[in-house]
Design a protein around this ligand. Sequence first.
Ligand code: ANZ
Ligand code: ZN
Length: 855
Amino acid sequence: MTDAHKSKIKNQRSTYAHQEVEARWQEIWEEKGVYQPDLKSAKRPYYNLHMFPYPSAEGLHVGNVYAFTGADIHGRFKRQQGYDVFQPFGLDGFGIHSENYALKIGSHPMEQAEKSEKRFYDQVKSIGSGYDWRHSLETYDPDYYRWTQWIFVELFKSGLAYRQNVPVNFCPSCMTVLADEQVIDGQCERCGSQVEKRDLDQWMFRITEYAEDLLEGLDRINWTEKVKIAQRNWIGKSEGAKISFRVVDSEADLSVFTTRPDTLFGATFLVVSPEHPIVERWNDNLGVKDYLKKSAIRAEKADPHAEKEKIGVFSGAYAINPINSQQIPIWIADYVLMNYGTGAIMAVPGHDQRDFEFARKYGLEIIQVVESEGVDLSKEAYAGEGRLINSGDWNGLEVPRQKIEVVKSISEKGRADKYTNYHLRDWLISRQRYWGPPIPMIYCESCAKNCKSWFDSSQASNHKVLFKRLDSAREQMAGWYPDENLPVELPFIEDYKPLGNSLTGSLQSGSQAGQATSPLGNHPEFYETTCPECGGAARRETDVSDTFLDSSWYFYRYISTNDKTSAWDQEVGKKWLPPTIYTGGAEHSVLHLLYARFLTKVFKDLGLVSDFDEPFPYFYAHGLIIKDGAKMSKSKGNVVVPDKYVKKFGADTLRAYLMFLGPFSMGGDFRDSGIEGMNRFIKRVWTLVTGQTIVSKVTDSIAKSEMHKAIKGVTEDIDGFHFNTAIAKIMTYYNFLSKREDVSLEEAKTLIQLLAPFAPHMTEELWSELDYEGSIHTSSWPAYDNAAIEKGVTVIAVQVNGKLRGTFELADPEASQEEVERIAHEDPGVQNHLEGKTIRKVIYVPGKILNFVVS
Ligand code: ANZ
Ligand code: ZN
């Protein structure tokens, strides 16, 4: 094709028919596989992953479109840069979110899933993102959850999945237990109900075994800083010591965890949690009995005020402070939590505010052991640093520099050890709900009686056991066997509604009264089975696993969605894992993003991945779209659904509009008026390219400079996720071109290539209108030339009476003479020569020389 041929656009069209154009290109892209890299042979793999959605609500809202579009722009940009971009899409459709929605609208979750799936996929496709639809997945598909169950089995085999009776968070409205991560300020993350505390038999994942790895790995990954901070805080590493106190007149020791061993001389009493096993010794004490009842009620209500009002009771017993052999009273109070540290503390009321308040309330001794200034110790504790006082040999030591010394000095007496504690708790994985993957475990009563556990059987030795303290697992797990005949399919049942705490006639052995069961607990045809070990009658676990397990490994499956023999293909994995980049919401800081990191570290230890131990080396958190200043939510009635905008203005307009709202990391406020403005811009570009005389080459240096400036700016902005300013620069360039008589082919091409990631359909249509081969989306991203940018800079020489007195760069070469004069007057060199003179005449040679004639 010759330039002459291209020199005129073929069809001059004034209106752009977005509906027809968008539908047509979506079909062609799919047909031609434009977004389908060959995973086996790709040369430059780029795995562009974004978080997959819960398809629970009324379909897609513009917040989803915002997130997906940002990721898609990044993917398109990389594709144009020559990468083999793999960008899959799927649905996180198993779990409480989807089930609660189904319950709300009175639809069966299994049937609702099918409807939501169709609706979601149709909506997502209408946005025109570059997904490889051959690789989509849904977490409720047995082909998928078979592998979720397999992962559960692998964790069990390595000692990382275990069952335990634990005090748990129970949501009375969702009628299920929740992970700690799902409780926000004492309320259910999902429905906002006040969470209750209950003791239940639950499956747990030993994420705490990985606390240090999870912390350390954060230093090696490129993540939005605030997300890293959230994870660090959640893991909550705290360094200190365990100190042992002998209980007076007994052989018993009480171990406390403290971060301030240096304040040991100021420990005037001990406090143990009401749930601490030692409390049993004092059960005969009436006051203790009474108190335990009271605190149990407070705990059941998970009373948020319990923290504020510290109540407790004296146990009647004393302990010996190892540093000075003084006898100090042991108290019981629920401001000490059983599941942190050792469940017991040494109270230092002079320097810990909680202990201070407690001591004041019950008239306990307060001793100051750290020098303080400006703190009134009769009013509050002093938690700061300083020199030790009232501390025997330690007097004069500096805190906290000497903390380690202090631990050493008492540990010589055998009563203290350095100890690091983590706030992170094990991951509570079981849910007493219907809509999830059944936990693939079988319980056999007779095997349990014979005290056999899977870990004692021969299979254990074939598996890499990761949990170091296996003895406890052995005992706990007696009678439990993994079902390796996967998937354990979730049956279709009519009575799928959560049962809550109601007891069914068929309670599992080993459970105690009050154990909540999943609706599957009413279905003997599901849970009755045979024991894999002895062949006798046995019972399946009827709980399902947490949604967050489904979503913590889906990106492995994307690359092998059709693999029937493994969770993912190891060879393909070597090329594509881990994902090159991950984009998503920062609200998943501690749930999803922590769990996914944990599983990947386990996979590494199990040898399932070899060359990485972080799933997301690069994570970029995007902002949220708000409407009328508030986060979109059904209850506020401000949810914006994309469909009508796609229909009225086209996906291209909606995409570009959303990206123009602000920096991608910040989100923005959705406004109808704004979207109309963007629609006008899209149409103008169409008119410019189809309506202009297209000539063959850009010759003038200013035009060249403008073009290269635009390329450079847009390239850098897209690279840095500054999509809003990238669009602004495309607009500036459009304005520049639109003032001209004709536009060169190169300029038109550049303009639409820069716009292609934002408006993929219209630019594709223009690309074919300009007779270019193939798809604009696989065309190569325009390169820029810094030299060309500089050549376009206009330098004005300022003369006074013909003599050069200064120069400056003129940003706008078409600036008026007044403007040029104004700038010249600001130049100090020029000012000097004009001072005290009268300007008789000004001569301006546009873009070159400004001469003041003075006398
Ligand atoms: C004595 C002391 C003196 C303390 C002092 C603090 C200040 P972080 O940093 O969160 O790890 N503690 C230990 N176990 C506890 C439990 N199960 N429930 C409630 N409080 C507990 O906090 C560690 C500190 O919290 C520990 O150090 C202990 O009080 C308390 F001037 O010991 B400290
Ligand atoms: Zn058995």
